[in-house]
Design a protein around this ligand. Structure first.
Ligand SMILES: [Zn+2]
Length: 100
């Protein structure tokens, strides 16, 4: 199991004592290959130790498709990752002779 730690760290003093003042979301205009839209949660961040303020990515969400991926401070989670179902294509056959 790969451990991905994505903790917020102050770029100035390296402290992890970070306060999220404000967040907002950026939605990707185009879906990825799996038809999912990436929502990036941006935040106004402040270091409680040295008072440095900056803006950074708080987490990323991928929505759509068959699962939701949450990328945040606790690593990557896949919620409701169902196996992809084969989608049945309904065939509509029109018999031209009937239209006569
Ligand atoms: Zn700091």
């Amino acid at each position: 199991m790969p451990r991905k730690k994505k903790e917020l760290v102050c770029p100035r003093c390296g402290s992890k004592n970070i306060e999220v003042i404000k967040t907002w979301q950026l939605v990707a205009p185009l879906p990825d290959k799996k038809g999912r839209i990436t929502i990036t949660v941006m935040g106004s961040l402040k270091c409680k130790d040295c008072g440095y303020k900056w803006r950074g990515v708080v987490s990323k969400l991928k929505v759509g498709g068959s699962s939701v991926e949450v990328e945040g401070s606790k690593g990557k989670k896949v919620l409701g990752g169902e196996e992809e179902e084969e989608r049945r294509v309904k065939e509509i056959v029109i018999d031209i002779d009937d239209l006569d």
